[in-house]
Structure formats: structure tokens, C-alpha cells
Design a binder for this molecule. Structure first.
Ligand SMILES: [Zn+2]
Length: 716
């Protein structure tokens, strides 16, 4: 259920010409270490020991100039266009810029301070214009089109045909066939959008950094678990409030507080602070930005010949059109809302029995849900947490990777591979014969300037067409760091998220393709969450829990009865989880189906939720003014439905295991690796899934997974 997690930069990669390549840095100052090919072990590693913020801007400029020179050489080639001198040459181009953008992305998402923000504001529109300069290059597009038109009869491999199709499609989708005036307008729109996306993100980050609840008296912590108290004390200390407690305005601080705090007044305060990020009026308010973004996106879609932004975005997704995505969401929405009614009734009954004299409000949901969980399933989250040690669970993930995919993880000597922050650690990954597969970087802890949530990032995709390049991937999360020497205990949900993000990492590590633009996680947006979601299931297997979920004090494995309780409560609170997520996904899609015309985000959100029959006890997981998935870039715009789309595949794929020999069935794991994890975007995802499962996925497994009634065949 890790619905909030995303893949950093993937949208960017898809929107861009996936360029790459041989360095020609003769005309750039030699002093900038970001421009050099990565040196050191493992085929080179990012030069974090030498990188400085002030190098980013000149390195990005130099990287762009170099790639444009490479493109000029491709278009100036007197030979007739062919795969080698055009498509492969494009795959080879832009390598310096790729490396610089990797470091830039890491600074943006994990080391974001005022200096980095200044670079973002300066460079976002420039990078957008650069991307357009390439896709609008007529000579280049003519060559790509020529290769594309003859792709089936020119002796290309299936992968080469797919790469050719991808470049052609990306160019057309980016406006390569438009007339000069439309191209000019398109580029203006893209630059304006890039600036607005940057502002939107910086506003959310500002509200997350600058707002907080300071607690001065220990009595106000009533109900909070030991680890939540320690976390709040830690945050206070890091913010110069030693001796007090601070609830930061981030999900990882807010959710435990809303779950456990007995102080209803403080819960409401914290809840209001969190759901109003980007919606507070003043300098960091995002409402005007949203209206501008939506208008520009609608105009761009029209220019590109699409009915709406949603139609444009979904054309190259697995769903293909907004109607199919809406159909799935609506099929799940109604039973989910019905389940919420039941959940609320259960909670209200407990509140009444306790004589609380309240009506369940959104700031009560998590708190009373916990009480229901205890009463109904005798499952107490505070009983589970002592067994959920971050480092042990990481070892459990390694075990899963070994059993399913044959990957062996070995820590890298910190002296050998530089990191960008002392909290970051690196592992090398080998296959059973000891051959290197790639590197895995792990950045687990929250800190100021780090984006909230959890995500995976590929620093370098696997590829083989110009020599064997090993991938480098990273996982990032926001756990609150414990005191030195003390284990970090995490919630069951956070553990699922950990496995989820690791699933993205294994998707990248399993990649076995030739060309970088179709490598690893560079697949359709509504397909990319499938490999990660499916691996969440392994957390609850006895093999992982018995070995790795051991008590942090006694060292004893999690008791069998507790595991049984966890299983029984599997579909607990699915009404809340599904409605919280789906309301965001539906608003996202409807905003982007609304077409031109000025949209008041606040009103649109309110009226649309009213029409949908949104339960008043729940608020969207991401309200519009803080919806980073949708407004910090194009990536997940009209694409938040992807998590549900992927989960349909996930639920069905998990049943492939349970129908066979269970979670560790080698044959099913082999089919999953061969047809899903290793193929990147070299094949159509629907074909890959069919090859794995022997058929398409229906909705039944998804409904079973969430504990909703399975519709009969007719109503599907
Ligand atoms: Zn994900």
C-alpha cells in the first residue's frame, strides 16, 4: 500500500529524448569535476566528494552545449539515416548532461537549500527549452522518421525497433510535426511550466520546513509511543529547541501523531497544518500557480492535437486513454466509500462507548482506526513496532532479493565510494557467480532540505550496446534517526514502503537490455509501480518475519500469534486507504479532463468531491495545493491513477505465486524476472504481463486483495 512513493526523474526521462554519451569537454573549463566521466571502481561512481553546488549551473550549461554539438554531428552526417548513425547515435549522446543531471537531481531532492533553489529557478526553464530545441530539430526528426518508417524491413532486432519507435513517438508527442509558430508557442509553454513547477515544489517545501507544532510540556505528548517521542525530541534538537518536542510538518512526523496522540485539540492543529500546505495564502500559496499550470497544459494539449492534457498523457501509457483509467477508478470507488461508512460506524461506536461525545472528524480517523484495530483484531501497532528494526528489515529485503532473483548484497567500504551525506551507505550487488550486477545507495533518514516521502532513483541505467555498463540505483526515505547505537524502529506501513521502494531498485538492478532509453524502470508510468508493489507482499511471509522481525531488546522473533493477527487484519482500513488515495487520483484526472478555462483549484476540489460523495471524515491524501506528483512536473500528472492500475496487476501477479508453490516458487519468480523485471521497455508491457501470467489481469484479484466484494462477470 505504498501509494505515495514515486520514482524520481522518471517522468523527466520519459519526456526527454533519452540522450547519453561520449564526452567532448574540450571547450569547457577543466576544473569542474561534474563534467568528467565518473572514475573509481564499479565502472565509475558519482564524484560526491568533489561536487559543489556552485558547479551545477556551469556543468548543466556545458552538458547541454555538448549534447547539442553531438546532435549537430548526427544531422550533418552525409550518409543516409540508419539505426546506427541516428538512433544509436542519439542513445550515445548527452552522457555528460546525464551525469550532471543525476547529481543535480540528488541536490534538488535531498540537499535542497537556498543555493540549490536558486539553481533550480535559473535552470528549470533553460532545461525545458533545451529539451524542445532537440525535439524541434527538423533535420534530426527527418532522420528519426526515416529509420522509423523502414524499421521492420531493415534487419533491426526487436529491441532496436522498439527503441526506434520510442524515439519517434517521443518526438511526435513533443511536437516535432508542428509548424514553426506552434513550435515556438509550445516551447514558451514548456518553459513557463518548468518555472511554475519549481515554484510549486519550493512553496510546499517551505511550508513543510517552516511550519511546526512545538510542544513544551511532556503532558501534551499523551498517547505517543516511545519512538514517536524520541523522534519529536530529536527534531526539536535539530531545530534549536532542545528540551522541547517538535512535530514537523511532514508525513513521517504527522501521521504517527494523528494515530496516537490523545490530545484531540492538538491532533486537529497538526492535521490542519499538514492538509493546508501550499494553501495558506501569502508567498507560498500554490492556488494561482495551479490555475496557470492547468491553463498552459490544456493549451499545450490542443496544440499537440489532443482533446485534453489527460488524453495526451495517457496515449503512451498502458491504459491508453483516460476513459479506461476512469472506468477502473469508478469501479473501485463505490465499494471503497461503502467500506468507509462501515469503518466510521465502528469508530463512532468506540467513541460513543468511551463517552467521548464527539462525531468522527478527519483528525480522529487514524486515532480511532487504531482503537478499532485493537478491538476487532487484537492487533496493536505498538506491539508490532518493537520487532520492526530498520536494519534487520533491510537484511530481510536482501534475503528476498537473493531467493527471488539470485542477488547478493555486500557492503562497500566507505573509503572506496564517496557519498553526498554521511548517512548514505552503499552496497555492491552480485549475481550467484560473483559477477557484478550494480550498486545500491541507501539514504534512509529525514533531514532538512530532503523531500518528504520515499523514492527510488537510478543514478545510471544498465546498458550494453557500447560496452557493459552496470547500473547504480538508490533508495531514499525519511525515517527519523534514532540516538546513536539505538535501533530505528519503524511502523508496519513504513516497512511495506521500504519493500516497495526496494522493488523499484530490484527492477533497475534486474535490467538486462542493450539501450539506455529502454532500461530498468524507464517503462510506462502506469506499469512502473507494478514491480515495486508486488514485492511489498514478501514482507508478511513467515520466512522474512521469523528471521528478520526480531525484537530489538530480546532478540526473539515476532510471535506466531502476532503474525496471524497481522494476516487477519490484512484488509483492515482499506476503505480509508483506498478513498484517501482514489480521491486524489480522481481529482488529478478530472482537473486534466476539464480542458481550457480558468480553474479555481479550491472550488474545483470541493465541488468535485461533493459530487463524488467524498466521506466528510477523510481528506485527500494529497490536496491539490500540495500535490507534488501532479504539479512539481509533468511526470505523474493525469497519472496518479497509475498506482491503482499497477495494483490490479500486482494483486493478480501475487495470486500467480499463491496458486503455484507459494511466495518463493522459483518457476514463477523466474517468469516474473524474465518477462517483467529484466525487460525494461523493450516490449509492450501488456505483452510482458501476458507472457508472465498466461493471460491478462482482471479486477477480481484487486478486489480480493482490498477485501471488497468481487463484481460478477456481467458488471465488469
Ligand atoms: Zn513506487
Amino acid at each position: 500500500m505504498a501509494l505515495k512513493t514515486l520514482i524520481a526523474g522518471a517522468g523527466m526521462a520519459a519526456a526527454l529524448v533519452a540522450g547519453h554519451a561520449a564526452a567532448d569537454s574540450s571547450d569547457v573549463p577543466a576544473a569542474n569535476p561534474l563534467l568528467a566521466p565518473w572514475s573509481g571502481p564499479y565502472g565509475g561512481v558519482p564524484p560526491f566528494d568533489q561536487a559543489k553546488v556552485e558547479q551545477l549551473e556551469p556543468a548543466l550549461e556545458a552538458g547541454m552545449a555538448e549534447q547539442l554539438a553531438e546532435i549537430d554531428r548526427i544531422t550533418a552526417n552525409p550518409e543516409a539515416p540508419g539505426f546506427g548513425n541516428t538512433i544509436a547515435a542519439l542513445e550515445r549522446a548527452g552522457r555528460t548532461l546525464d551525469r550532471v543531471r543525476t547529481v543535480y537531481g540528488i541536490y534538488s531532492s535531498t540537499l535542497n537549500d537556498e543555493a540549490v533553489q536558486a539553481v533550480e529557478r535559473e535552470m528549470a526553464p533553460k532545461l525545458a527549452a533545451f529539451s524542445d530545441q532537440i525535439t524541434q530539430n527538423e533535420k534530426l526528426f527527418e532522420r528519426i522518421a526515416a529509420v522509423y518508417e523502414t524499421r521492420e524491413k531493415s534487419g533491426l532486432t526487436p529491441e532496436q525497433q522498439r527503441v526506434t519507435w520510442l524515439h519517434y513517438t517521443n518526438f511526435v508527442r513533443a511536437g516535432a510535426r508542428l509548424d514553426a509558430a506552434s513550435k515556438k508557442r509550445l516551447s514558451e509553454i514548456n518553459q513557463q511550466l518548468a518555472t511554475l513547477y519549481t515554484k510549486f515544489s519550493q512553496n510546499v517545501l517551505a511550508d513543510e520546513n517552516n511550519e511546526q507544532l512545538v510542544i513544551e510540556s511532556e503532558a501534551d505528548l499523551a498517547g505517543l509511543t516511545g519512538s514517536a517521542r524520541a523522534g519529536a525530541a530529536q527534531v526539536a534538537e535539530s531545530r534549536g529547541q532542545k528540551g522541547k518536542w517538535v512535530i514537523a510538518n511532514t508525513r513521517s512526523s504527522v501521521e504517527p501523531f494523528l494515530t496516537y496522540s490523545e490530545r484531540r485539540d492538538l491532533r486537529e492543529k497538526v492535521w490542519r497544518m499538514f492538509v493546508n500546505r501550499g494553501d495558506n495564502g501569502g508567498a507560498t500559496d500554490n492556488n494561482a500557480i495551479i490555475a496557470e499550470v492547468l491553463a498552459l497544459r490544456a493549451e499545450r494539449a490542443k496544440l499537440l492535437g489532443f482533446e485534453t492534457h489527460a488524453h495526451w498523457r495517457l496515449e503512451n501509457a498502458m491504459a491508453k486513454n483516460p476513459e479506461r483509467a476512469m472506468q477502473l477508478m469508478e469501479a473501485v470507488w463505490t465499494p471503497a466509500v461503502a467500506r468507509v461508512r462501515e469503518e466510521v460506524a465502528d469508530m463512532q461506536a468506540i467513541a460513543d462507548k468511551e463517552g467521548a461525545g464527539i462525531k468522527i472528524e478527519p483528525w480522529d480517523y487514524r486515532y480511532y482506526a487504531e482503537k478499532v484495530r485493537k478491538a476487532k483484531y487484537d492487533r496493536d501497532e505498538t506491539e508490532i513496532t518493537p520487532y520492526m528494526q530498520l536494519e534487520n528489515l533491510r537484511e530481510g529485503m536482501f534475503y528476498m532479493a537473493k531467493e527471488l532473483f539470485g542477488f547478493h548484497f555486500k557492503p562497500v567500504d566507505p573509503a572506496k565510494v564517496p557519498v553526498y551525506h554521511p548517512d548514505v551507505r552503499v552496497w555492491e550487488v552480485n549475481d550467484p557467480t560473483g559477477k557484478l550486477v550494480g550498486l545500491w545507495y541507501f539514504d534512509p533518514y529525514a533531514r532538512k532540505g530532503k523531500r518528504s516521502g520515499a523514492w527510488m532513483n537510478a543514478y545510471r541505467p544498465q546498458e550494453r550496446f557500447d560496452g557493459d555498463v552496470k547500473t547504480i540505483v538508490s533508495n531514499n526515505s525519511n525515517f527519523v534517526k534514532g540516538k546513536p547505537g539505538e535501533p530505528v524502529l519503524i511502523s508496519w506501513k513504513d516497512a511495506e514502503t521500504l519493500f516497495h521502494e526496494f522493488g523499484h531498485a530490484l527492477h533497475g538492478l534486474s535490467s538486462n537490455v542493450n539501450y539506455p532509453s529502454v532500461s530498468g524502470t524507464r517503462v510506462a508510468r502506469d506499469y512502473v509501480e507494478f514491480p515495486s508493489q508486488v514485492l511489498e507482499h514478501w514482507l508478511a511471509t513467515p520466512e522474512i518475519l521469523n528471521r528478520y522481525a526480531v525484537h530489538y531488546q530480546t532478540g526473539k522473533p515476532i510471535p506466531r500469534e502476532l503474525v496471524e493477527k497481522i494476516k487477519r487484519a490484512d484488509t483492515f482500513n482499506q476503505g480509508f486507504d483506498t478513498v484517501e488515495y482514489l480521491s486524489s487520483a480522481l481529482i488529478d484526472m478530472k482537473l486534466h479532463l476539464a480542458g481550457a478555462g480558468k480553474i479555481d483549484a479550491d472550488r474545483f476540489e470541493r465541488e468535485t468531491l461533493d459530487k463524488l460523495g467524498m466521506p466528510s471524515e477523510i481528506v485527500m491524501r494529497h490536496r491539490t495545493p500540495q500535490f507534488m506528483h501532479v504539479f512539481s512536473g509533468d511526470g505523474y500528472s493525469a497519472g496518479y491513477y497509475s498506482y491503482l492500475w499497477s495494483d490490479t496487476l500486482t494483486a493478480d501477479a501475487w495470486e500467480a505465486f499463491t496458486e503455484a508453490g507459494g511466495p518463493w516458487d522459483k518457476a514463477v519468480a523466474g517468469r516474473l524476472r524474465d518477462n517483467v523485471f529484466s525487460v525494461g521497455n523493450t516490449i509492450d508491457p501488456a505483452d510482458g504481463y501476458r507472457a508472465f501470467r498466461g493471460r491478462d489481469a482482471g479486477i477480481d484479484a484487486l478486489m480480493r486483495k482490498r477485501g471488497f466484494p468481487v463484481p460478477d462477470a456481467k458488471s465488469r
